[in-house]
Ligand binder design. Sequence first.
Ligand code: ADP
Length: 522
Amino acid sequence: MPISFRSEDYAALLDGAPDAIVVVDEDGDIQFANRRTADLFGWAPEELVGRAIEVLVPDRLHGSHFGERSRYIASPSVRPMGSGRSLFARRRDGSEFPVEISLSPLRTAHGLLVSSIIRDVSERVHREEELKRLRALADAANAAKSEFLSSMSHELRTPLNAVLGFAQLLRRSRKNPLDEQQRGMIDHIVKGGEHLLHLIDEVLDLARIEAGGVAISTEPVEVADVLTEVRSALEPVAARAGIAIELAPLPADARRVMADRTRFVQILMNFASNAVKYGRPGGRVRFACATTNAVDVRMSVIDDGIGIPVDKHPLVFLPFQRAGQEMGTIEGTGIGLAISKRLAELMGGRVGFASEAGHGSEFWVELPTSDQDSHHVDGASASAVRRVSPFADGELPRVTVVYVEDNPANVELMVQLLSEFDRIDLLTAATAEVGLDLIREHLPTVVLMDINLPGMSGIEATRRLRASEETRHIPVIGLSAAAMPRDRELAVEAGFIRYLTKPFDVEDVISALEAVLKRTER
Ligand code: ADP
């Protein structure tokens, strides 16, 4: 049989509630308050009875509260907590605190009453604010990290530019050809420099991915194209190591995946170059492909190389971990697989491996299948290099090149490089201001512009060239050690026709110049 409560029992029940409960009449006068009200507001319940509810409302909100109260009385309804509005209450000492309030009308013999349950949410609000503050701090730290990386990359690439550039220049110089032994030494310098550059790029790439600064754009990609591309890129290295690369036939249902093509190639290149690096002379590397379920395709790179001991397995995908190769002679950084894993995840895929020491390894990436057609790019025509050499032809008119660069080593490098070509006059300026004067005076055929300059930046100088009728048509090639995507964006916006990242490849500079000169001669 249900128990029947007396009115004191109800009051005791309300007193035990964890929230303040306040009942007001139609005029907004308090008729009841529970014990918890005293803890929250500093008023004893009996002190509150008879006072207007506004005594619990901050002074600054009295006006609006008054209006809301009359509207509620005119059409009362149950209004639950957590309506999303931020509400504030006032303690006896005048201090404010954030609250959530639920309202419900009580129709009684004494007329309409409104009961409100008031919850102190200070702690939650405080936690949210703390979280917001920490998030802002983390965002700022991330931004600072990006900024640091950008300038670090600049600082590291600039000296490397001189090292690699001069070494390449020495190697290709026709005027002062090197002997066999000297060429061998130069090859060591170039190899070391390129290794360092690769390391800088990998560290930057990983840091950028971790900072969430990598844009992935997926599209249907032909698996066969990518496997063929990776295979031909790796074939020379494999051949040198005495390793054969094989492509297993593709199953019909594993033709296309949804991927960011460049990043997909990067992952397979990582797997495949490891397979060769950690392979055995006379061994083989096999690319295989299979559908694992209805929605994913697994691309595997299988080798019969040295394998990985079981106790090192947990380290394989961790950054800067070389899983037992730290002391070995095989060069590496331990970053490639960490990048591959993150990239696969960003594309909605996964990576994994199986390996046994002494028997070989299988590394795989799984990506979602695509049933759409891909934008098929003809591999041969995309990679075909057209060699045009207007420089070599003595019949062609002379051209003037202005190079704006503050680093003397880079200027010297360009002077040496272009001195190989008799028909080019090179003018150099160490600041954008001087460069602009030179350009206006000589109206050169092409401008090579460094981006980070003392005073006006190369970007601003290029904007100015674009804005003037007289210089608008002059093509500007940007040269910068800044390799962050944002720098590239800015360069494109400013109107560079090409943007080369330092350390630039001598061949790249030449082919960029050739392309521009070809265009202007048409
Ligand atoms: P690293 O630059 O050292 O090659 P990775 O991140 O590419 O870095 O690989 C991490 C580690 O995993 C390597 O140092 C190596 O110990 C191991 N590893 C990767 N691929 C293979 C493979 N195919 N065979 C044997 N060991 C491998």
